[in-house]
Design a protein around this ligand. Structure first.
Ligand code: NAP
Length: 319
C-alpha cells in the first residue's frame, strides 16, 4: 500500500510517498481503507520537530514514528476475530492520536475501542477527517474555561483550524463572540457566527476599553500580559499555544488575583468525538475546508499549512 513516509525532520520535501507493508488487524482491531485525512499544525510540528521537545517523544536524531497523520475517515474492510462494535462496510472517522499517527496511509489498523465512531450522514469523508483537530481542541479548552451563556469571548486568530471551531462552539454555548482576523476573513468568520470582527492588522483590540470574560488565543501570537487589561475582573486568558511568559504568569496568577490563565494540551477521546458527531449531525457546526489536496500533493498541502494563513482546514483525499 501507499503511505507518506518521513525519515528525517524538516521542510515538506522530507515527505515521500512509498510502498509499505499493508497492516493486518489483530483480534481486537479493525482494518480501515482510508478515504480522507487532513494536514494539521500538529502534523507539521512533528514533521519539523518544532518545538525541539518533540524529539524526546519521536526520536532525537530522526523520527521513530515515520508516518504522520492523526485524523482519518474511511471504510472498514476487515475486522479481528473478537471485534463486536463494528462490521465490514461501516464508514467511520476518528483519531489515531499523537502516540500512533499513521493516518497518511491507504490502510490503517486501529483497536475497536479507540477514538473511532460511525460517520454522520450527509457529511463528506474530507469534512469528518478535518473537523476533529479544531473541534476537539475547542471543546477541551472551552470546557476548562467553563464558558457560559452570555459570556463575552474574544477569539484571536478566529480564521484558523482551532479559531474557526472555537467561534462556532462558543456560539453554540450561547456566548457573544468577537473574532480577531484579517479583513479578508471578515465574511468567513461572520459566517461561522461571530457577532463582531476586528482586523488585527489595523486595530489593537487591547486599546479599545472593551472587557471580555474570556480571551482565547488560538495561535500564540498574543499573551496574558498584553491582554490582562482587556479581561473582566475575574476574566480568563485561554491559550492552546502559550509561550514561556504565559507559563511564568500562570504560576503567580494561580495564587494571586482573580484573572487566571488556562493552557495545556488537548487530547482526543471517544466522548469528545461523539460530541463532535452530534454537533455535525444537528448542524451546530460546519467544517470549513480551505482546500482539498489529493494524497500525491501532500508536500503542497504541507506548504499550505506552513504558510500560517490557511482558512479553517486542509483536507487530503485518498479517492
Ligand atoms: N495545546 C493544544 O492542545 C493545541 C491543540 C491544537 C493546536 N495547537 C496549536 O495551536 C496553533 C494554531 O493551530 P491552528 O491549526 O488553528 O493554526 P492555523 O489554522 O494554521 O491558523 C491559521 C490562521 O491564523 C491566522 N493568523 C496568522 N497570523 C496571525 C496573527 N498575527 N494574528 C491573528 N491571526 C493570525 C491566519 O489568518 P490570516 O491569514 O488572516 O493572517 C489564519 O487563518 C498551532 O501552533 C498548534 O500547534 C495546540
Amino acid at each position: 500500500m501507499k503511505a507518506v513516509v518521513y525519515k528525517e525532520y524538516g521542510a515538506p520535501e522530507v515527505l515521500k510517498i512509498q510502498e509499505v507493508v499493508k497492516p493486518t488487524p489483530k483480534e481486537n482491531e479493525v482494518l480501515i481503507k482510508v478515504k480522507a485525512s487532513t494536514v494539521t499544525t500538529g502534523d507539521t510540528r512533528f514533521r519539523k520537530a518544532d518545538p525541539f521537545a518533540i524529539r524526546f517523544f519521536n526520536g532525537i536524531i530522526k523520527p521513530k514514528k515515520q508516518i504522520l497523520g492523526m485524523f482519518f475517515s474511511g471504510d472498514i474492510v476487515a475486522i479481528g476475530t473478537k471485534v463486536t462494535k463494528f462490521k465490514i462496510g461501516d464508514k467511520i472517522f476518528g483519531s489515531t492520536g499523537m502516540s500512533i499517527f499513521n493516518a497518511w496511509a491507504e490502510f490503517i489498523c486501529i483497536k475497536e475501542d479507540a477514538t473511532i465512531t460511525s460517520m454522520p450522514v450527509k457529511i463528506t469523508y474530507e469534512e469528518v477527517a478535518s473537523v476533529i483537530f479544531g473541534a476537539s481542541t475547542a471543546l477541551h479548552f472551552l470546557k476548562k474555561a467553563n464558558l457560559k451563556k452570555g459570556d463575552n469571548i474574544l477569539v484571536y486568530a478566529a480564521s484558523g483550524a482551532v479559531g474557526s471551531a472555537v467561534v462556532q462552539i462558543a456560539k453554540y454555548y450561547g456566548a457573544n463572540v468577537t473574532g480577531v482576523c484579517s479583513s479578508k476573513n471578515f465574511k468567513f468568520v461572520k459566517s461561522l457566527g461571530a457577532d463582531k470582527v476586528i482586523d488585527y492588522t489595523t486595530e489593537d483590540f487591547t486599546k479599545n476599553d472593551v472587557k471580555y470574560e474570556i480571551i482565547y488565543d488560538s495561535i500564540g501570537k498574543i499573551s496574558y500580559k498584553k491582554c490582562k487589561n482587556s479581561l473582566t475582573h475575574s476574566g480568563l486568558f485561554v491559550s492552546n499555544n502559550a509561550g514561556l511568559g504565559d507559563y511564568l504568569n500562570l504560576i503567580w496568577t494561580s495564587f494571586l488575583g482573580k484573572r487566571k490563565i488556562v493552557t495545556g494540551v488537548s487530547s482526543d477521546n471517544l466522548e469528545k468525538l461523539t460530541q463532535i458527531k452530534k454537533l455535525l449531525e444537528t448542524k451546530k457546526i460546519t467544517v470549513p475546508i480551505d482546500k482539498t489536496y489529493p494524497l500525491d500533493q501532500i508536500i503542497q498541502a504541507n506548504y499550505h499549512v506552513d504558510s500560517g494563513h490557511k482558512k479553517g482546514n486542509i483536507a487530503i483525499s485518498f479517492h
